[in-house]
Write a protein that binds this ligand. Sequence first.
Ligand SMILES: [Zn+2]
Length: 112
Amino acid sequence: MPPKAKPKYYIKYKNLKIRLPYDPCSGFCIICRRKTRSTNLFHWFFKYSNNDVKSNPFLVLKNTIEVCRHHYHIAESIRHISTIKSDMLRKYLKSMDTQTKNNIDKLLRLAQ
Ligand SMILES: [Zn+2]
């Protein structure tokens, strides 16, 4: 019987597909603390260049959390908001209703 092939796990990082020797996912969402069949790794930001990640694939696990699909989308929204430029953010704030502004204000106070 031929030797069993090593499992291959791929993680997307920017436009790359990086192979790891093991599955880094435990199936546990760090936000809702539920065990689920399908979790995803979410990168808060992409610190490393494509070449850095190609030469050291484990860098894809830095600045990364494991989340369920629902919390992946929320984290993605937070990442987008956190990277928006100030002048554009002012435009969004100007267009918002009071309730949404209050919700944003509450979120910002939690981040302190
Ligand atoms: Zn979750």
